[in-house]
Design a protein around this ligand. Structure first.
Ligand code: C2O
Ligand code: CU
Ligand code: CU
Length: 457
């Protein structure tokens, strides 16, 4: 059982400057929770922020009551409890007859009866998720089990969860969300420059700008999460002598692969997780390895660096077989194939992002699936959209009718649709009945209505 107080605080992100943040427990990222598979955890969240919040455990197999539906609010402690105030704050609860009772603090219960992996928890309030995550409402949750512990993978100080984000800062060094910054107001008639999402020009890893990690000549397990609102990365590890180190992928969003997959550069879309091993064993003491983003320019090319300061012996390994419990759904198992387009379009508020031509509406049921059914979903994109399903993990079947890419391996909960692409995924909707979501995880697209209801009956 954990207690987390959501609170406003100031913290030093850029050296020497304190900036206001919204946090879980006063830190950004929030506290990392480590759990054992199948041992349920309850997290009580207390909201002392000035706005309502919603907590979602991304990648968790969670009952609908604890999954953080966007109108299932935890109200702030000093919140005027009137219909008007709630409405003005964008709480669509009032329109939604099915919305749960709101409260100032609440328990979220997570069974964690699922493959071990790196999950993350973050805010999920309807229409306000992007600025809330940007201000700091994100943290890690790791599930482990004995089978994974026994593989001999790099562990302890050589297992590094890396929450990678980009953020923008104003001239005085305080964190700013560009689309809400009054000094950057739009002129009338100018197209919203944030339609593609909000980017920052400072790269943070676990809340620190471009960190340098001092370590030893050993294999390291990097558990990468792209927690950026909209930025895509293509990571590579390059030594100071210009050598590119292989990134050996051992896991995806939903845990270990069947066997390792070696990449030279690894694309990571918002909300995706990649578990990779990088080998520093042959490097001379004193060398540096940079983790770079090939898609960045100037200072957004740099992500972080490793400084190899000590020689060591290393008995870790990457076994050729990592797991044998991956689901093997075949297309012939599918009860139905559905198609969803992810495109820009007109909404009541002007321009927005739509699924199947419609903006998110909590009162509408978009797709109803039967508990236990295997389905194929064909997801079609206009521009880049990282698409996420709650509750279930899925496998990527094809991209534009061709086999999936090497980094599509394993069990995923978020898949990056590239511009103009049609991606087929297959999954089995099991676990719980109830109302869940699927949406684009470009956080601004999500807030601009690119989300839909998934009912499991
Ligand atoms: Cu990471 Cu519905 O979210
Ligand atoms: Cu999720
Ligand atoms: Cu999108």
């Amino acid at each position: 059982h954990y207690e987390i107080t959501q609170r406003e605080t100031t913290a030093e992100i850029l050296p020497g400057v304190r900036t206001p943040l919204w946090t879980y427990e006063g830190t950004f990222p929030g506290p990392t929770i480590e759990s054992r598979r199948g041992r349920p955890v309850t997290v009580t969240h207390h909201n002392t922020l000035p706005v309502p919040t919603v907590v979602h455990l991304h990648g968790g197999r969670t009952a609908p009551e604890s999954d953080g539906y966007p109108t299932d609010l935890v109200l702030p402690a000093h919140w005027p409890q009137t219909t008007h105030a709630a409405h003005d704050a964008g709480a669509h609860t009032m329109h939604d007859p099915r919305a749960a009772v709101t409260r100032l603090s609440r328990d979220y219960t997570f069974p964690l009866d699922q493959r071990p992996t790196l999950l993350w928890y973050h805010d999920h309030r309807m229409d306000f998720t992007a600025p809330a995550i940007w201000r700091g409402l994100a943290g890690l949750h790791i599930i482990r089990d004995d089978a994974e512990d026994d593989l001999g993978l790099p562990s302890g100080a050589r297992e590094l969860p890396l929450m990678i984000t980009d953020r923008a800062f104003s001239a005085d060094g305080t964190l700013t969300y560009p689309s809400l910054d009054p000094t950057l107001r739009l002129r009338p008639g100018v197209r919203d420059p944030y339609l593609a999402g909000v980017l920052g020009d400072v790269i943070l890893v676990n809340g620190a700008p471009w960190p340098v990690h001092e370590t030893d000549t050993a294999r390291h397990r990097l558990r990468v999460l792209n927690a950026s609102n909209a930025r895509h990365y293509e990571l590579e590890a390059v030594t100071d002598t210009g050598r590119r180190l292989p990134l050996v992928q051992i896991g995806a969003d939903q845990g270990l692969l069947a066997a390792p997959v070696t990449h030279h550069a690894l694309p990571v879309a918002p909300a995706e997780r990649y578990d990779v091993v990088v080998d520093f064993t042959g490097l001379p003491v004193g060398s540096r390895v940079k983790l770079l983003n090939r898609l960045g320019t100037g200072r957004t090319r740099d992500v972080m660096a490793f400084h190899i300061t000590r020689a060591t012996t290393d008995d870790s390994r990457v076994p050729p077989v990592l797991s044998t419990d991956l689901p093997s759904w075949r297309p012939s198992d599918a009860a139905v194939t559905r198609e969803f387009s992810f495109r820009a379009g007109r909404t009541h508020g002007g321009h927005g992002w739509l699924i199947g031509g419609l903006p998110f509406d909590p009162a509408r049921s978009d797709v109803t699936v039967r508990l236990g059914d295997v389905e194929i979903w064909r997801l079609i994109a206009d521009v880049h959209h990282p698409v996420h399903l709650h509750l279930v993990g899925f496998r990527v079947l094809s991209r534009n009718g061709r086999p999936p890419l090497p980094h599509d391996a394993g069990l995923k909960d978020t898949v990056s649709l590239r511009p103009g692409e049609a991606v087929e995924i297959i999954t089995r909707f099991d676990g719980y009945r109830g109302r869940y979501l699927f949406h684009c995880h470009n956080a601004e697209h999500e807030d601009m209505a690119m989300m839909a209801n998934l009912e499991i009956v």
